[in-house]
Design a protein around this ligand. Structure first.
Ligand SMILES: [Zn+2]
Length: 325
């Protein structure tokens, strides 16, 4: 053990070039037109996993894989009975992912382990570098599936029965790419978990701050709304007789934005047109032309602590509109 390094960790350095070279090499797997595409359990994801496992083994880590495809690389500690300290993230990406999202957490963890090796430092607790399966959820819902199973929020069977946007089953696709492992669930009970992640918003970058600590976690609520109005002659139908789906859509949009602003920094809202199948990861609103509303999730009212649900808001808007006719 290198006592000088332990007593003065400021002298301990990771190898930045080694880390960046690995991030670049990983990004080349599934690189397409300026973005990275390694959707969970695709051939590209398998290639990324194969590369990660090869690096973990070369670094002397004991690799294990659990039944939902989470990958763990263990570096033994001096006390084999101690619970490990875990770090990591994910290596799957969205359809147009960046080089660093998730990958920095996994490959950064690997780099830390190797920096400790280089410095001749052994830790009392084991260290585990983890890559959780299907974190992004761009192909299989729910997202954070691998870590959800690890934490006991979803069963392995429920994970297997999850169906992708392309119709494939999670269990079948996991088997196909060869990453259905046999490690127990959870494979480890970490004493602590730390994750390095690129900033997912613009704030640190705008304020010129290098690094920050996460204060809140996100909880996403997906809503799908269809509004059907009634088309009529534009120049001759008076306002009181119009059934404008676009108006309702705009009213909902304004209300969502007002809720987000009212509830402070922690709430965000986004409305997207559902132009493409893969744009399933947003609150989206589709205006189609008649007066029909479909909600896939009725919990929004709870989320906003007593505020009207969107359904109630929409109903109130329509009633108010009809009173003026
Ligand atoms: Zn991420």
């Amino acid at each position: 053990m290198n006592a000088a390094l332990l007593t003065n960790p400021a002298t301990l350095r990771v190898d930045g070039k080694r880390l960046m070279d690995r991030l670049e090499a990983m990004a080349r797997i599934g690189w397409n037109d300026g973005a990275c595409c390694r959707l969970a359990l695709t051939d590209e994801d398998r290639a990324g996993r194969d590369q990660l496992v090869a690096w973990m083994k070369a670094a002397g880590l004991a690799v294990s894989i659990d039944p939902v495809g989470n990958i763990f690389g263990l570096r033994a500690g001096t006390d084999p009975a101690a619970q490990p300290v875990m770090t990591g993230s994910h290596i799957d990406t969205v359809r147009t992912g960046g080089k660093y999202d998730g990958n920095l957490g996994v490959l950064g963890g690997l780099e830390v382990v190797q920096a400790l090796d280089d410095a001749g430092i052994r830790t009392r607790r084991p260290l585990v570098v983890a890559a959780f399966s299907n974190e992004e959820g761009a192909r299989f819902h729910p997202d954070i599936l691998g870590s959800l199973v690890f934490a006991g929020g979803l069963t392995v069977q429920e994970a297997y029965d999850t169906v992708a946007i392309d119709g494939k089953r999670y269990g079948d696709e996991l088997e196909r790419i060869g990453y259905r492992g046999e490690a127990p669930v959870p494979a480890f009970r970490p004493s602590a978990y730390v994750e390095l992640h690129i900033e997912q918003g613009p704030i640190l970058d705008i304020e010129g701050i290098t690094i920050g600590a996460v204060r809140d976690l996100q909880g996403i609520s997906w809503q799908e709304v269809s509004i059907q109005g009634q088309s009529n002659h534009a120049g001759t139908t008076p306002m009181r007789l119009r059934r404008d789906a676009g108006y309702c859509a705009a009213a909902i949009g304004l209300e969502l934005r007002a809720i987000a602003k009212e509830t402070g920094y922690a709430s965000l809202t986004e409305i997207r047109r559902q132009d493409e199948e893969w744009m399933r990861d947003a609150i989206r609103l589709v205006a189609e032309g008649k007066t029909r509303s479909v909600f896939t999730d009725a919990n929004l009212g709870k989320t906003y602590g007593g505020r009207l649900t969107i359904l109630e808001t929409l109903g109130a808007a329509i009633q108010a509109d009809e009173k003026t006719r």
